[in-house]
Ligand binder design. Sequence first.
Ligand SMILES: Nc1nc2c(c(=O)[nH]1)N[C@H]1C(S)=C(S)[C@@H](COP(=O)(O)O)O[C@H]1N2
Ligand SMILES: [Mo]
Length: 213
Amino acid sequence: MFNFKGPDRRKEEERISNEKRLPPGQSLTVKFPVLHYGPVPRFNPATWDFRAWGEVEQEQAWTWEEFNKLPRSRVVMDIHCVTRWSKADTLWEGVSVRTLVEQGFIKLKPAAQYVLEHAEYGFTVNLPLKVVLQENFLLATHFNGEPLTPEHGAPLRGVVGAIPGRDELTSPYLWKGAKWLRGLEFMRQDRLGFWEKAGYSNSADIWKEERFA
Ligand SMILES: Nc1nc2c(c(=O)[nH]1)N[C@H]1C(S)=C(S)[C@@H](COP(=O)(O)O)O[C@H]1N2
Ligand SMILES: [Mo]
């Protein structure tokens, strides 16, 4: 992609802003800051699994090997952190929940309305099912063509951002994607995740600047 120095960062910020891609209160970064609570877990491909449970016809569990055989998708998005940095044109590759549902890898019960992402160490994040099924939410294994690094969520993370020009999609802040993701729980009723319980906004819409509850 790009490699900017200071003045280029400002120029790029101006461009993104002119294209109406910079949400209120955000500034563009060309770095990729690391943000999370707690330690970075180790990945063991022999014991790792990814599970889907709750309001599903049948619970599922994929090994790392099986997960890598699922249909794959790519998406280019702008990502926006609640701590006010944004990063433009990030390329993510992985597995789309919408595709898993459409192709019958996950069979949802009609009662499923909300999703809780479950990550290592009991970390959770909640989103409406409707948002998880959008194209701007991905179960990502790769960032900008490379496997995720441990600190950015390897081997698998949820990621959510804004796809330029797709204003009809709900676009939450980046914390709504759990790093070190191990499963999705489909629920009838909403349940708050880790940061949501700590006072962050439940809906977290970047355009409405919904940072705190
Ligand atoms: N497991 C886990 N995932 C998490 C978090 C966390 O604390 N634990 N923090 C979230 C927050 S607040 C942000 S802004 C993004 C940051 O992702 P990055 O470190 O790749 O930039 O991860 C999100 N996912
Ligand atoms: Mo964050």
